[in-house]
Design a protein. Structure first.
Ligand code: PRP
Ligand code: URA
Length: 208
């Protein structure tokens, strides 16, 4: 079964309190989402494979290590885009793809409307981003689309995870580890995470 990592870092707790606060405005919300995404990326890259390299310092030769893999960041549109800059701070050479999904308000099912990925995405470790893992429909579908296109290693990063979403991901994609800044215990009748932080996309883009 895949790993669920939920951060207990004091800085992430502090930033999550600000994100959850309904008085936090668009500019601040957007900035904090990026900061939390960056901190989560630090956690999610802890076990990445490394390779040996030799570096000439000004003094002598040093045996060093460097990340062995190439990366891609794939936000699920639209709210996942709010996390991209945070990941790029730590993975500056990553290529970026996009998967467009929206959750049908009636059926709560994900509908794909866009997909554009780096040409060599199959050779890259993909960091799939979406702030909210609620029912898990969107994330599980996006992982399925990536696998159909040949991606072998996927790590899912979200700001808030809920039990239904985690269960769905672990059942359908046991090979995909989940990194979340926080975990809330339930969904409401509209499949919103409770207590949650509201509609992530609307709060990032200021559309409501
Ligand atoms: C939100 C969120 C996830 C999805 C989570 O997107 O950003 O993509 O819902 O719900 P799920 O786990 O039940 O699938 P939304 O459909 O509101 O689109 P948006 O990104 O354009 O705001
Ligand atoms: N999408 C959101 O933006 N928020 C939720 O709580 C659930 C899905």
């Amino acid at each position: 079964m895949s790993k669920l990592f939920v951060s207990e870092h004091p800085l992430i707790h502090t930033k999550m309190a600000m994100l959850r606060n309904k008085e936090t405005g668009t500019k601040e919300f957007r900035e904090i989402i990026q900061e939390v995404a960056m901190l989560l990326t630090y956690e999610a890259t802890r076990d990445l494979p490394m390779k040996d390299i030799i570096v000439e310092t000004p003094v002598a030769t040093a045996n060093c290590k460097t990340a062995a893999e190439k990366f891609a960041i794939v936000p699920i549109l639209r709210a996942g885009m709010g996390m991209t800059d945070g990941l790029l701070k730590l993975l500056p050479t990553a290529k970026i793809g996009h998967i467009g999904l929206y959750r049908d308000e009636e059926t709560k099912q994900p509908v794909e409307y866009y997909c554009k990925l780096p040409a060599d995405v199959q050779e890259r470790t993909v960091f799939l981003t979406d702030p909210m893992l609620a029912t898990g429909g969107s994330a599980a579908a996006a992982v399925g689309f990536l696998k159909e296109r040949g991606v072998k290693k996927i790590i899912f990063l979200c700001i808030l995870a809920a039990p239904d979403g985690v269960q769905k991901m672990q059942e359908e994609h046991p090979d995909v580890d989940i990194y979340a800044a926080a975990y809330d215990g339930m969904l409401n009748e509209n499949a919103y995470i409770v207590p949650g932080l509201g509609d992530a996309g609307d709060r990032i883009f200021g559309t409501k």
